[in-house]
Design a protein around this ligand. Structure first.
Ligand code: ADP
Length: 342
């Protein structure tokens, strides 16, 4: 990370651009890419990723090979995945008014994300995630939410004009659940709820609120009180149960098995989209976020294609991500979307 004059800047108002306290110039304003197409209401974390041979067991101390500091958080990741493919994205989120928050804010702007509703809060720390990745690219993640906990329903009202104009909304559950519900209820376009991290006894209102409920197999098992979901049959049964609880349509991602989809429009017809091949498995962290950002992008750009095509495209982008190291750096750019979807 580069250390810059940002450390000397302060932001106190929502949407205010950094105000330099020295003679240094503020960073350039975000480029105007036209109306916002994908709106993301969610979390921002700085990820500390430790690479080690195997994941530690309780009470065990292990030596890591190396460590990286990366931009993360499910909200920001999914936003970045859609933006890298070419969508015009805005993020509604909270950062701390600390060094990490300032670095992250500037980075979002540099990447062309609309930050009008990314607020740095005084006296609160930017969210942090401690991630361990082992030789098999499996991971464990511990999150310290910090400023993310302060994202609330008032932030939905404040960004009302974006809710009216955006075409696709992406939400997750790393922030206040009532605020997420409020965002989903206000939005009239295609809304996607990534119910992660999963909550036990998720309120039916939340299950029903999004056009698409998307979870991985672990989260789907938690939501349907199963010990685990290992097979496509298990996933289909769990998706059916979520439809019975009122979900409009359900996607369950299954890692190397791809994803299954079930919808109220034809609840007997379960689609399985196999995962795209990966030559070298580098790092699975962020695969789900790559999938979700790509899903949003392809729904936006190809609204007349069927869900199978959208999921097929999302699988390709997610496979690209697991073939590359890191989270956001592993997401593909626009060249992949053009070549592979249609
Ligand atoms: P999460 O990252 O939330 O745990 P998954 O592990 O289900 O989510 O992965 C999300 C998507 O990433 C999958 O649906 C698939 O498209 C892709 N993916 C994950 N692991 C692999 C893999 N080993 N090979 C190919 N694609 C993968």
């Amino acid at each position: 990370f580069k250390s810059s004059a940002l450390h000397q800047m302060s932001r106190t108002r929502k949407g205010a651009h950094p105000q330099p306290q020295t003679t240094e110039q503020p960073p350039p304003p975000p480029k105007d890419n036209g109306p916002i197409e994908v709106l993301v209401f969610g979390s921002i974390n700085m990820d500390y990723i430790t690479y080690l041979n195997e994941l530690p067991k309780p009470g065990e101390t292990l030596q890591a090979m190396y460590r990286e500091q990366c931009f993360g958080g499910k909200g920001a990741n999914q936003c970045m995945a859609a933006a890298k493919l070419g969508a015009n994205c805005a993020l509604i989120a909270k950062l701390g008014q600390d060094d990490l928050g300032s670095i992250y804010y500037e980075y979002l702007q540099q990447m062309g994300i609309n930050t009008d509703y990314v607020e740095q809060l005084e006296g609160v720390e930017t969210g942090i995630a401690q991630i361990n990745v082992d030789d098999n690219a499996e991971n464990t993640i511990v999150v310290l939410p910090g400023a993310n906990q302060r994202l609330n329903s008032k932030d939905v009202s404040a960004a009302k004009k974006l809710f009216k104009t955006a075409k696709v909304l992406l939400c997750q559950l790393e922030t206040n659940h009532k605020a997420v519900l409020c965002a989903l209820k206000l939005f009239k376009g295609v809304s996607i709820l990534n119910a992660a991290p999963a909550m036990k006894d998720m309120p039916p209102e939340l299950i029903q609120a999004a056009s698409i409920l998307c979870v991985n197999e672990v989260e789907a098992a938690q939501l349907t009180d199963r010990e685990d979901i290992k097979t496509l049959q298990d996933a289909k049964a769990a998706a059916g149960e979520l439809l019975e609880k009122g979900a409009q349509s359900v996607i369950i991602t299954m890692g190397a098995l791809g994803a299954v989809h079930l919808s109220q429009s034809d609840p007997k017809y379960c689609i399985h989209c196999p995962a795209a091949p990966v030559r070298y498995l580098a790092d699975t962290s962020g695969a789900g976020d790559a999938f979700l950002g790509s899903l949003a992008y392809h729904i936006l750009r190809f609204p007349n294609l069927n869900p199978e095509s959208h999921i097929y495209a999302a699988n390709i982008c997610a496979a690209y991500s697991v073939g590359h190291r890191g989270t956001q750096p592993s997401f593909p750019g626009s060249e992949i979307a053009q070549d592979d979807l249609c």
